[in-house]
Design a protein around this ligand. Structure first.
Ligand code: FES
Ligand code: FES
Length: 171
């Protein structure tokens, strides 16, 4: 068996019924996927499988043989954060950080699915994720801001010093 983990094909030695969560953490040393309830309820173990958020605790590795798996390690790094990651920083959307990788993964999928900045829609997209620190308001704000940032071109064009503004707004 193998998976394409964060863009790199890796061979898997674990038995077929080992969970993807166990394979990621214990065989491949990818620890952003967290061990929470291990029953599909908390969302802390979520990764993208072929671009869709999936509970890795409920996913036998054999079921994703050959699949593309993306974790937070495969998004931005500390020098080049993605819009979602930067927005979480900007909005102080992490407290203990336990839920944060999966929240970012779910939010990334939401943005890639052209999700809107509507708070209710964001809450719906993240509803399967538990934040034990109850930082939900800041998390939703971070996702909404990330949507806005990636939707609108905020580039400001400053006129050069020699630009003459004529009446009617034409130069
Ligand atoms: S650890 Fe997988 S959903 Fe809770
Ligand atoms: S930031 Fe602590 S569990 Fe969410």
């Amino acid at each position: 068996m193998n998976i394409v983990l964060n863009g790199v094909t890796v061979a898997i030695k674990s038995p077929p019924l080992a969970s993807l969560l166990t394979v990621l953490r214990e065989e491949l040393n990818v620890t952003s996927t967290k061990v929470g309830c291990e029953q599909g309820g908390c969302g802390a173990c979520t990764a993208l499988v072929n671009g869709k958020p999936q509970r890795t605790c409920l996913t036998p590795i054999a079921a994703v043989d050959g699949a593309s798996v993306t974790t937070v390690e495969g998004l931005g790094d500390s020098d080049h954060l993605t819009a979602v990651q930067q927005s979480f920083v900007n909005h102080y959307a992490a407290q203990c950080g336990f839920c944060t990788p999966a929240m970012i993964i779910a939010a990334t999928a939401y943005l890639e699915g052209n999700g809107s900045s509507d708070r209710e829609e964001i809450e719906e997209a993240l509803k399967g994720h538990t934040c034990r620190c109850t930082g939900y308001q800041k998390i939703v704000s971070a996702v909404a801001a990330a949507v806005a940032e990636t939707t609108f071109d905020l580039t400001v064009t400053t006129p050069s010093p020699n630009t003459v503004i004529k009446s009617g707004g034409q130069t």
